[in-house]
Write a protein of this length. Structure first.
Ligand code: GLC
Length: 816
């Protein structure tokens, strides 16, 4: 069953059957003011922090589903009938009402046909102003004049997510609201900058036209589905110091047959004065600034997407890579992981491993944000070489003491709360930073970054802003040294609190994933060091040692063991009854470059044999059924869910990349297609979640809801999907001084095209595959001139900034 389709021309996903089974969400805003909204305008807005500075309230995980939101009510003043422009909350019978939701890149458009009125509400946030714009358009499609009232409504929050949910004896009496000059102002009295406003292009100053108090607008024993004010047809002019506040504004007018009207609401950060400025700026000249800001937002995304566009025989891959996968990856970099309908804002900051991987995926489309994130991560590293698992980057910049301490200021934790010890360290966290830094340099050519100096978390002094400072290069060395030190009796890295798999808690036991990752990081680091002419012998030797231990201790004769518990029991090996084969150790064996091709092939064959399902690859098999605390929390999760043998999305692209390294293009695409959300568009009765987003996991075959996808948007799956497809399957990889072209595709692909912008030059690359092979490049021409192909891959030297280049690549002949 399907609920919508991909509109690639407009870069939108169109939900035309609006009663989707779960919320299908989108993100609006790309800087400080941001919102998460679903297909029926339910959701919330926050300024900078979803934990400390919530603008509007959200009641997560409740019934009715995912409310409140930013709603526009339309009322027919002749009949008294009313509805909303998004299907919910009024929830009109879909037999009489037609609702469509278009999720675009950082905007969402709700439209509705009801009672002869066509209505539209577009939510977006301009690039340069912290205001959410509700662009509302109405058209009278009947042949008679209509008298209408339109109400814009949103419920304000008390900013701090905790305060918003408890201790009302305090918060209820510290928030006030007022109305003046058509503007509602919310004032959190106990905060220094506690203002928001809600206004519209034109609101007459009368009490019928506004309510600042939620309970006056909605009325007792009612919900957002039937607010008293809308039912009556007018507001009551409520406002108060204390209470629960809302922005509710009414505009009433007549629409002749065929006539259209545009109204714009503004929900913004700042006080009443700010609201006045914004209203003026955006309303004048027929909303010219609304239109130009919307176009600027569209261009903002177009420019990013234009950095890399593909055309392959795989439509799902084209749609996802050209639009949605980059969008999802970018959203992860912008918002980190803590604002969604799942992570509802109760946590702030950056997860070390997630952010490192996120930053690695988008240096071509967002170099500055990637670099900013890398710097935040460098500062979150300890001098011991392990990283802070979850931290707030603000902790490691100079702090100015707040003017007064209110209950909602961001708490300032003590140093010991900020910098945890090794007992809370995850073995993999910091290792991800190394390839992320190296990929950033390869993309941008910003070699100077490597010698920039940054502080360490454990030596940082918040008052002076000082601490021990070392170069980026030195930071990376400390990470590698830590992993070399932290090994167990097999010479494999200890698992510590967790490795990439949060639920595998091996402590002093050993993790294959971490040793392979260590090797991968070492290869990146030594390549970088050599390019910079530095002595990296020590690290080349370290890599040789890691290789040796991995091959000796982890190869179990059939595939790669996942690790050892602290008592020495193997996990992920043929003798294990449960958790016999794992994705992480086998994919990373190949990706790390630490193992032989022959064994790599056997390992990935085991992945195919034991872990493949039609919806993607399971994380492990068989699922664990009994708690086993030496293995970890994974054994306490229901079978087929999350890390316990679900189809965990994030590592799936590791398998595509590993297959590409092994030269098996057909297998890589088979795995790609299985997980691809696009391919599940028509089976929403199984998938449930939105088909334009990767989800954290899909229930595995051991679970009764096999195939159901959970936790969209905030997952590293998109970044990894982008990385694996573009760099490994399509094989276009920036190196320090050249662009490598090394595709691995299904033999059935006759050709593909990719347009890649790299360091300011455009590379139009056509790959021809006349003989139907998977891997190997025999000939390559750059602007009509042949270039050398080494190791069956082409290497294009970096071309002049501003140049447009045409490259044709011929894949190998068959049987060579
Ligand atoms: C979640 C976490 C991520 C972890 C993964 C596997 O996605 O955000 O850090 O690696 O689960 O446990």
């Amino acid at each position: 069953m399907k609920y919508g389709y991909f509109d690639n021309e407009n870069r939108e996903y169109v939900i035309n059957k609006i009663d989707v089974p779960v919320s299908w969400t989108n993100y609006i805003g790309v800087k400080d003011l941001c919102g998460v909204f679903n297909h029926t305008a339910g959701g919330y807005l926050f300024y900078k922090s979803p934990e400390y500075h919530r603008v509007t309230r959200f009641r997560p995980n409740g019934v009715p589903m995912d409310r409140p939101g930013h709603y526009v009510y339309v009322r027919d003043d002749d009949t008294g009938e009313y509805w909303t422009l998004s299907w919910q909350p009024a929830g009109k019978d879909l037999k009489n009402a037609k609702y469509v939701c278009r999720h675009g890149l950082s905007y969402t458009k709700y439209s509705c046909e009801y009672s002869g009125i066509h209505g539209e509400q577009t939510l977006f946030i301009p690039l340069d102003d912290p205001v959410e714009i509700w662009d509302v358009k109405l058209k009278n499609d009947t042949d008679r004049k209509r008298r209408l009232s339109v109400f814009g409504y949103a419920e304000f929050s008390f900013h701090h997510i905790t305060i918003d949910n408890q201790n009302f004896q305090m918060s209820l009496y510290c928030a006030g609201s007022s109305f003046d000059d058509g503007i509602i102002e919310l004032d959190l009295f106990y905060e220094e900058k506690g203002f928001q406003y809600f206004t519209a292009n034109s609101v007459e100053n009368s009490k019928e036209n506004f309510d600042c108090l939620r309970d006056s607008f909605i009325g007792p024993y009612r919900t957002e589905a039937n607010p008293a004010a809308v039912e009556k047809g007018y507001c009551s002019g409520s406002f108060e110091l204390g209470g629960n506040h809302c922005g509710a504004l009414r505009q009433s007018f007549e629409l002749e047959s065929g006539e259209e009207k545009r109204l714009v609401f503004f929900l913004g950060e700042g006080n009443q004065h700010e609201g006045q400025k914004i209203r003026y700026r955006y309303s004048s000249k027929d909303f010219a600034k609304v239109d130009s800001s919307f176009n600027a937002l569209k261009n903002f995304w177009k420019e990013k997407l234009d950095k890399l566009q593909i055309s392959t025989p795989n439509e799902g891959m084209n749609t996802m890579i050209n639009i949605w996968t980059l969008y999802q990856a970018e959203i992860n970099v912008m918002f980190s992981r803590f604002a969604s309908f799942i992570e509802v804002g109760g946590r702030t900051g950056l997860g070390y491993r997630d952010t490192s991987q996120d930053a690695m995926m988008v240096p071509h489309s967002n170099p500055q944000k990637s670099k900013d994130r890398l710097i935040e991560l460098l500062k979150g590293l300890t001098t011991d070489g392990y990283a802070l698992h979850l931290f707030n980057p603000d902790w490691f910049s100079k702090q100015t003491a707040p003017a007064f301490k209110s209950p909602t200021v961001v708490p300032s934790p003590s140093k010991s709360q900020m910098v945890h010890g090794i007992e809370d360290a995850c073995a993999d966290d910091a290792l991800w930073l190394i390839p992320a830094v190296v990929e950033y340099v390869k993309e941008t050519g910003d070699f100077n970054f490597i010698d920039e100096k940054y502080t360490y978390a454990d030596t940082f002094d918040q008052l002076t802003g000082d601490g021990k400072k070392e170069t980026v290069f030195d930071h990376l060395k400390r990470i590698l040294d830590f992993s070399a030190r932290e090994i167990g009796s097999h010479g494999i890295c200890r698992g510590l609190r967790a490795d990439w798999n949060d639920c595998l808690n091996l402590g002093g036991g050993e993790s294959a994933m971490v040793s392979f990752l260590h090797h991968w990081a070492l290869t990146h680091f030594t390549a970088l060091g050599k390019r910079l002419g530095r002595d990296v012998c020590l690290y080349e030797n370290m890599a040789a040692n890691v290789r040796q231990s991995c091959e000796k201790e982890l190869w179990n004769g059939s595939w790669y063991t996942r690790g050892f518990t602290s008592s020495g029991r193997a996990i992920g090996s043929p003798d294990c009854g449960e958790g016999k084969v794992f994705m992480e150790s086998n994919t990373w064996a190949v990706l790390s470059g630490a193992v032989s091709k022959e064994r790599g092939i056997a390992a990935m064959d085991a992945v195919n044999k034991y872990l493949y399902t039609p919806y993607g690859l399971k994380l492990c098999d068989p699922a664990f059924s009994r708690p086993d605390d030496e293995v970890g929390f994974v054994t306490r999760v229901y079978k087929g869910l999350k890390e316990n043998a679900a189809i965990f999305s994030h590592p799936n692209p590791w398998a595509w990349a590993a297959e590409a390294v092994l030269g098996r293009g057909e297998r890589a695409v088979k795995f790609y297609d299985a997980l691809c959300p696009y391919n599940q568009n028509d089976m929403i009765e199984i998938r449930k979640a939105e088909p334009y987003m990767y989800c954290q996991f899909i229930a595995g075959p051991d679970h009764s809801a096999f195939g159901r996808a959970h936790h969209p948007f905030m997952t590293g799956s998109a970044g990894w999907s982008y990385f694996a497809v573009t760099r490994f399957m399509l094989g276009i990889r920036p190196d320090f001084d050249s662009l490598i072209i090394d595709p691995c595709i299904p033999p059935s692909w006759p050709s593909f095209f990719i347009r890649r912008v790299w360091r300011g030059a455009v590379y139009n690359i056509t790959v021809e595959n006349p003989d139907g092979v998977s891997k190997g490049v025999r000939e390559c021409s750059l602007n009509g001139v042949l270039v050398a192909c080494n190791n069956s891959a082409a290497e294009i030297p970096a071309q002049k900034e501003g140049s447009e280049n045409f490259i044709t690549v011929f894949m190998e002949h068959k049987n060579r």
